[in-house]
Ligand binder design. Sequence first.
Ligand code: 5GP
Length: 205
Amino acid sequence: MKLITFSVFIKLLIIQYLSVLCVSEDFDFFYFVQQWPGSYCDTKHSCCYPRTGKPAADFGIHGLWPQNKDGSYPQNCNRDSSLNEDQISDLTSSLQKDWPSLSCPSSTGFRFWSHEWEKHGTCAESEEIDQHGYFEAALKLKEKANLLQALKSAGIHALPVIYTAFFPRLKESLPSATASNNHGLRKKNMVQELNQTMDFMTWAA
Ligand code: 5GP
């Protein structure tokens, strides 16, 4: 079958393009990035279940990344700002569920969240967005985006992997989305990213 001729893509990143209303002058918008666990694991590098157990067959958050219109993005904006576990203690169980780390060795996820905070979150830090606000916003965005439902609406049910051939159907249920490879990720015949324009303030409210 033709579907099979498509390579399984290494990792499906759903990028959601979030316009930012005056949150910061240092970047233009956010990418909200979600990964499909089966795709992350279908790579040359191995993957490990989080210490909290096998993640649900659902997208997991990869990150919330400040971006510029020209394709550049700021990173590591405050090397003095490490993620403080106490700041996000009330979010930990939700983060373990919705933002699991699949890299090896198995972890609780805190190292992944710390990396994302240090590399990307520090560039979004502002009066409106502190560490707690950053992670809380990402969790809310995931809930509101409900990409698993979007897949189901497209007739695509939870699969270990997702094929590029499914993408046109996925777009039907996410009409505002556009495909993008602008993070230079892996293989040409894979759908790696989906950019969806959203209003950050509305979505994260
Ligand atoms: P990025 O720099 O692309 O924002 O984040 C990738 C970094 O997070 C890599 O160092 C990777 O090893 C680490 N990481 C830990 N867990 C995960 C995971 O589940 N998915 C991805 N993509 N990276 C992870």
